[in-house]
Design a protein. Structure first.
Length: 143
């Protein structure tokens, strides 16, 4: 006992409404993407944009740092540096995975949400909480 089929006029109206909805979603996604890309462009500096003497210092510093290996969904992620590796290890599992995938493999929130089978908005909120916790952990170690 299902519903009777819709008349052709109503089917066409439903198609138009769905088409309009899809266009709005895509437009909103494009706007959000542009906002995020602009924010990143304004607030982050590419390693290739740093002066040469900074590259030399970073490479010299890396020679004495130990590599730490984290496994996230079958993917091995290498983290250099005792402090950051220990701080990341102190995070809850999901937050740790999000930080590693986001900052060490450059995955987008959408890619992370698919890999971890969680909502994209959850990825954003857990990453924000993880960054706050990382900051607290690293500041505690400095004192």
């Amino acid at each position: 006992m299902g519903r009777p089929p819709l008349p052709d006029k109503e089917k066409e109206a439903v198609r138009r409404i769905f088409d309009s909805y899809c266009k709005k979603v895509l437009r909103g996604t494009a706007i959000n993407y542009d906002k995020k890309r602009n924010y990143v462009a304004e607030h982050e500096t590419s390693m290739s944009d740093l002066p040469e003497n900074i590259h030399a210092l970073l490479q010299a510093d890396n020679q004495f740092q130990q590599n730490y290996f984290f496994e996230v969904s079958g993917e091995i992620i290498i983290v250099k540096g005792d402090d950051i590796a220990r701080a990341i290890s102190a995070l809850p599992a999901v937050q740790r995975e999000i930080i590693l995938l986001s900052y060490f493999t450059d995955k987008t929130d959408t890619e992370i949400s698919l890999k971890l089978d969680i909502a994209r908005s959850t990825v954003q909120s857990k990453r924000t909480a993880a960054l706050k916790k990382l900051k607290e952990i690293l500041e505690e170690r400095e004192t």
